[in-house]
Design a protein around this ligand. Structure first.
Ligand SMILES: [Zn+2]
Length: 114
């Protein structure tokens, strides 16, 4: 049985972390002469150029949108169901990827279709 409250807590925690990171990214984009924060070290060696920071910012925005969608699905009571086939996504998959909207089968189908 999937613990929806735990999933919600995790999604909210992840969201806060991403928002904080996004603020630091945009701050750095505006002040490029500042040294990079320590916690960017793991993300990319070539973060010096603005392009990579923009890409990182887009990545963060995309993940934030997915998290918001998952939170909306929790509120609507459809969270554990696959958006495509309506079957439960599966606890293991949701634990690994809390903002999944597709079950593993549909996700593989979508990946194959491109
Ligand atoms: Zn499915």
């Amino acid at each position: 049985m999937l613990d929806i409250d735990a999933a919600r807590t995790e999604l909210n925690a992840r969201k806060e972390e991403l928002l904080a990171r996004q603020v630091r990214v945009s701050r750095h984009t505006r002040h490029r002469e500042d040294p990079l924060p320590q916690d960017f070290a793991e993300q990319a060696v070539e973060l010096e150029n603005g392009e990579t920071l923009v890409a990182l910012d887009q990545e963060l925005s995309q993940e934030l949108r997915r998290i918001d969608k998952a939170l909306a699905r929790i509120d609507a009571g459809t969270y554990p169901d696959c958006e495509a086939c309506g079957e439960p996504i599966g606890e293991e998959r949701l634990r690994a990827l809390p903002y999944s909207v597709l079950c593993i089968d549909c996700a593989e189908d979508a990946a194959q279709r491109g």
